[in-house]
Write a protein that binds this ligand. Sequence first.
Ligand SMILES: [Mn+2]
Length: 320
Amino acid sequence: MHDKIGGYLENVTTAVIAGHTRPDGDCAGSTLALYNYLRDNYPQVHVDLYLEPVAEVYKVIKNADQIISDYDRDETYDVFFALDSSDKERLAGAVKYFDTAKRTVCIDHHISNEGYADENIVFPKASSTCEVLATLMDMDTVDVDVAEALYIGIICDTGCFKHSNTSEQTMNITGKLISKGIRFSKLTDEVFYQKTYMQNQLLGRCLLESFLVFSGKCIVSVADRKVMDFYEAQSSDLEGVIDQMRITKGVEVAVLLTEIGDRKYKVSMRSNEFVDVAKIAGIYGGGGHIRAAGCTMSGTKYDVINNLTMFIEEQLIQND
Ligand SMILES: [Mn+2]
């Protein structure tokens, strides 16, 4: 294993970079950071970047328009870099280039990654693939565009340095990125916090119609079809609503129902300290983490709320 990316580029004339299906911020950030870094520092290497189309917000990253999203070409490459992808199947259409590449290198931070490439640089303690990638770069030759791509990946996977995966190394690397002159305030707002006017209206509506149960320990809201249709919203427009509910003072559990069909609801749950929401989601065939889980339930919204709150109350009482 080489300690720097340059070690994998000896005698290489063609390289390919790919990330996982439905790319998130860390995936878009890390693949584009490596793409730009190789173009800046290894001009003798021809680099292609394959990735499914990225969300509009990530197009602020330099060369996002160079991403190739169809997998029609029959090329073989000297080296394949797989980024932020915990298994080979998640590379989706790019698997064919992985299978034919002379050498494969995986750079990742998922604990479930079992090492499917020839070389696997996997650090489960790192906040993000961008953090791992930064340690493989020579910081002196990282320019502002590469730094911005890395920064975006780091804020996306750490929830803006809020999640427990944020470490001293995360902050040290971020400090170096800031020293490159990145537009961190603007990027943080645009990539992480910005909402459309409609999404803000929807957030307001959900908060306005929310109600508290169990002496304020549980907050519930419903985004029904009528409301979603009025705003021409999709369930992705509700992102962040449940987190705003969860941080209501005194609340332990937040529950958000989104009507996705006739008497059918998508249920999202969050908890703060002790309620295991994954256990409750599991009862209805869903899953997730202890503090963030979801499931799909049928019935009227009153049935759904009654059923869920029964299990929530059970856990609240246990902790009383
Ligand atoms: Mn990641």
